[in-house]
Design a protein around this ligand. Structure first.
Ligand code: ZN
Length: 89
């Protein structure tokens, strides 16, 4: 399960690592526009605990079998076919 990802920091003008626990402390209106997998750079969505309260983990929006963070990883690491590379506008 992915509990860490990367967010684009406008302040630092670069991608920085963030954990689900850290992001959970940030008010929703301040959340970054883009979150990506630190390994394959594919876009990720946030998932909450079953009771709907706290942020729990991240999942790829579009699964990449070339990413070891994904269930069903095929053993050959490669970048996501649609990576988030540039700063979200
Ligand atoms: Zn990935």
């Amino acid at each position: 399960m992915m509990t860490e990802c990367e967010m684009y920091s406008q302040h630092r003008r670069s991608w920085v690592r963030v954990t689900a626990r850290e992001l959970d402390t940030v008010p929703h209106k301040f959340w970054p526009a883009g979150l990506r997998c630190g390994e394959c750079h594919g876009e990720v969505n946030v998932h909450h605990h079953e009771n709907g309260s706290r942020l729990h983990h991240f999942e790829h929006r579009h699964r990449n079998l070339g990413c070891s963070q994904v269930k069903g990883f095929d053993g050959v690491r490669r970048q996501h076919p649609r990576p988030l590379e540039l700063a979200p506008s």
